[in-house]
Write a protein that binds this ligand. Structure first.
Ligand code: NAP
Length: 333
């Protein structure tokens, strides 16, 4: 089969790869579409733990089951999405020490076929196209847990979502609105992305590149009750500054790097809660897929590239040009 192989840092190539025998209880999925995540970019740059070469990246995908080993072969021919969690474990509060994510170290979805245990497969919600379905798993799961499980979002909360062009951030926005959000502020590095977010219902949008951006959010809403942040970096203390008393800040990423001189005094004085969030349990994944189906949420697809155009796809992510998910179309149905 054809696969996009990471051979060394920054060294990607499409190569022929042989498919091994399918272990008992596994399924072989013919990929239709796969989505990029920032995780893939970190791995390409060599900025991720325990990287193995060569690897097939890709944690997200939608495809057709072509083979299953085991008794129940009813999934063959069905359109599925893949839960990218591997070995989350039985504790809903945090993943086990054996936890990994599909796509390095295990072979991922940037290929014509992917082999996964049958229990990783979920039927694709009918209202989604192949590209929309491929966009959902990793970013949808991360947003769902960050907003609802770790963030404890309720419609009374004033919500702030940072870097709204990002895949996780946009799911957070869509999920919050589906759950009845009434006051949502977003930040972005591009004004056209703020306009798009406002079209989706955001009430306040500010450019994080302008001085005093945080004051605009304070003026609009008096601050926030819950922030969902994938950025950290120097701006994080601004979130601490404009959080309302007893506010919560959920961190799921640190695209802008560590936080210099964390403002601990404000954190304890204002009784803030800073909460980490990574991916989500298998139960969270099922809840997220049900939530998307129930509310008929359509993931926002920024752009679609052929597998061979992977360089353009990754450049779009690297240069922060995207609004939503960047997709690789691998095959037609
Ligand atoms: N813990 C987890 O389980 C988990 C899961 C998924 C992702 N992550 C992490 O979360 C982060 C976002 O992931 P993603 O896949 O959603 O990424 P993405 O689609 O590439 O989006 C990243 C967005 O971050 C914003 N951004 C970048 N630099 C920024 C800065 N200096 N200040 C403010 N915003 C900035 C940009 O928003 P604008 O375009 O609007 O400017 C950019 O579009 C990554 O670091 C990723 O590794 C963690």
């Amino acid at each position: 089969m054809k696969a996009l192989i990471l051979r060394a840092p920054h060294e990607l190539a499409i190569q022929e790869q042989s498919l091994g025998p399918l272990p008992e209880g596994w399924a072989r999925v013919r990929m239709l579409a796969a989505a990029l995540n920032h995780r893939d970019e970190w791995i390409i740059q060599g900025q991720y733990a325990k990287i193995r070469y060569p690897s097939i990246l890709g944690s997200d995908g939608c495809g057709i089951v072509v083979d299953v080993t085991g008794e129940d072969r009813s999934l063959i021919g069905k359109r599925v999405i893949i839960n990218p969690n591997q070995e989350w474990g039985s504790d809903e509060r945090a993943q086990s020490s054996a936890y990994t994510i599909l796509g390095m170290p295990s072979a991922g979805t940037f290929a014509e076929y992917v082999d996964v245990p049958v229990h990783r497969l979920h039927r694709t919600p009918e209202h989604l196209s192949d590209e929309e379905a491929a966009a959902l798993p990793l970013a949808g799961l991360t947003a769902y847990r960050a907003v609802f499980v770790q963030g404890g979002f309720t419609p009374d909360d004033t919500l702030l979502i940072t870097g709204i062009g990002g895949g996780v951030a946009l799911f957070a926005l869509q999920f919050a609105f589906a759950a009845g959000a009434a006051s949502v502020a977003v930040t972005s590095g591009a004004s056209w992305k703020l306009d798009r977010a406002k079209e989706l219902g955001a009430h306040c949008g500010v450019l994080y590149t302008t001085d005093g951006w945080w004051e605009e959010i304070r003026r609009a809403f008096g601050g926030f009750d819950l922030a969902v942040d994938g950025t950290c970096g120097e701006q994080f203390n601004r979130l601490v500054a404009i959080a309302k008393p007893a506010g919560r800040i959920v961190i799921y990423g640190a695209t802008a790097g560590p936080v210099p001189m964390l403002d601990v005094h404000r954190i304890f004085w204002k009784q803030l809660r800073i909460i980490g969030s990574t991916m989500g349990s298998d139960d969270n994944f099922s809840q997220m897929v049900d939530f998307v189906a129930r509310h008929r949420i359509k993931p926002i697809v920024d752009s679609v590239y052929a597998l061979e155009e992977y360089e353009h796809a990754f450049a779009r992510l690297r240069q922060r040009q995207q609004f939503g998910k960047v997709i690789l179309r691998i095959a037609e149905r």
